[in-house]
Design a protein. Structure first.
Length: 133
């Protein structure tokens, strides 16, 4: 009979080094499908885990991928605020409402007042761009 050792917080300890991560359902399903496919093709006795896949893919993760992910953290409110502050430096007597009206009516472009890293990038719908690394 195996005895599970209790950790300091009272939970049962596990000998494996694993942790829980929150993933989008689509990503989780894709990763699980890939693990399942690889386990059908495997040559040895050891089962393939999601960690095995990530261990191979993470070294391929480069600076362009990091910039892409960081740009996804920028909201439209962040873009508006930054562009408004930049616009206000050139045109002292303006309100945010006036600024937004100028954008809405196409008299100015918001990207003209944003730094490069905040400009809207094309959305990437697939993870296939990782294999370009």
């Amino acid at each position: 009979m195996k005895e599970n050792k209790k950790t300091q917080n009272g939970k049962t300890g596990n000998k494996e080094k694993s942790s829980t991560m929150r993933l989008d359902t689509n990503i989780c399903n894709t990763l699980s499908n890939e693990v399942e496919k690889l386990n059908k093709l495997k040559k040895g006795k050891k089962k393939i885990t999601p960690s095995d896949i990530l261990e191979v893919l993470l070294p391929l993760f480069n600076e362009d991928h990091k910039k892409q992910i960081l740009s996804q953290t920028i909201t439209s409110v962040d873009r508006q605020d930054t562009a408004f502050m930049s616009y206000k430096k050139k045109h002292k007597e303006t309100t945010k409402a006036d600024f937004l009206d100028l954008i809405q009516y196409g008299e100015i472009q918001i990207n003209d007042y944003l730094p490069e890293e905040m400009k809207r990038q094309k959305k990437i719908n697939n993870v296939k761009d990782l294999d370009a690394a």
